[in-house]
Ligand binder design. Sequence first.
Ligand code: ADP
Length: 148
Amino acid sequence: MEQTFIMIKPDGVQRGLVGEIIGRFEKKGFSLKGLKLMTVERAFAEKHYADLSAKPFFNGLVEYIISGPVVAMVWEGKNVVVTGRKIIGATNPADSAPGTIRGDYAIDIGRNVIHGSDSVESARKEIALWFPDGTVYWQSSLHPWIYE
Ligand code: ADP
């Protein structure tokens, strides 16, 4: 089954959105396979966002991610990478539809509350980076009520 890496950014934690965000993924039917509250070092944040290192906003982005605790998660389910991005909404909250997390809870692109992997390949890399000791193996007893 497909997995994705989801991170509630420091603004999402500070604003008390952890329960709301986890609830949206849970209620959709996705399964939580890894969860931790942590602060990250600058070098770690730079590694996570290495693909964006040439962007003018890179330093500000790294400062933002290291500015407070984040919630790192692994969610599992059919098409969870693409569907997770739909639940999150567009990168710029100004373009995110109401009903999405960013559409409902964010205004500025540099304070957009949540990260989600943008492909199965980046999910694999991000899960390996954030959960080097692996995730939790279990299967929800709701499985037959969610999948046909
Ligand atoms: P996404 O998080 O939707 O996958 P990107 O990978 O393009 O988007 O960018 C990573 C993060 O960098 C965004 O979520 C946002 O916090 C920040 N970011 C992107 N573009 C800008 C920008 N133009 N100005 C400030 N921050 C930005």
